[in-house]
Ligand binder design. Structure first.
Ligand SMILES: Cc1cc2nc3c(=O)[nH]c(=O)nc-3n(C[C@H](O)[C@H](O)[C@H](O)COP(=O)(O)O)c2cc1C
Length: 161
């Protein structure tokens, strides 16, 4: 069975995304990594940030998990800033750490989003779907939660876990 991890990217640690993911963790016993616990900076063309936490973090994830589930709030119609910074750093895996990048091939990606609406447009997931395709990952699907309806997180079944 493939081992999954939820990678949380939100601007606050005890906010809606964390609450939803904690509930998923409790119900489905899936591992959780919070990007706020790590120190990594914007993509740098000169790679001066190669000693920050990004490489250790992504290498650990690749080593241990087959399914990467990205959990993000909707911020201005797209993923959170910290999640986008994390995705931008994938460029390092194509340029200076190719061997690590190649290990993403064949792994799975899924997305959990939340906002104060019960549904969002499918376009929201396009950057994830396209990034998965580019990296050679399988895009398994996504699920949106309304942060104001905690009852939506009861008796969860997530197709991609
Ligand atoms: C900077 C920012 C931008 C937001 N933009 C949107 C938006 O475009 N659409 C929307 O429905 N909600 C938007 N929201 C609301 C969040 O999606 C919602 O409050 C979410 O549950 C926040 O999760 P968090 O507590 O993990 O940050 C925004 C919130 C913030 C802080």
């Amino acid at each position: 069975m493939s081992k999954a991890v939820i990678i949380v990217g939100s601007s606050r640690k005890n906010g809606n995304t964390t609450k939803i993911v904690s509930e998923i963790h409790n119900q489905l016993l899936v591992d959780v990594i919070n990007l706020s616990d790590y120190d990594f900076s914007y993509y740098d063309y000169e790679s001066k940030n190669r000693a920050d936490d990004f490489f250790e973090l992504i290498k650990g994830i690749i080593e241990k998990y087959d399914t990467l589930i990205f959990a993000t709030p909707v911020y201005w119609y797209t993923m959170s800033g910290i999640m986008k910074v994390f995705f931008d750093r994938f460029s390092d895996l194509i340029r200076i750490e190719k061997e690590t990048g190649r290990k993403l091939r064949g792994k799975n990606m899924a997305v959990i989003s939340n906002s104060h609406d019960s549904s969002i447009e499918d376009d929201f997931y396009l950057p994830f779907q396209k990034s998965a395709a580019y990296l050679g990952m399988n895009y398994l699907g996504h699920k949106h939660f309304n942060a104001d309806r905690p009852e939506e997180i009861q008796n969860l079944e997530l197709a991609f876990i």
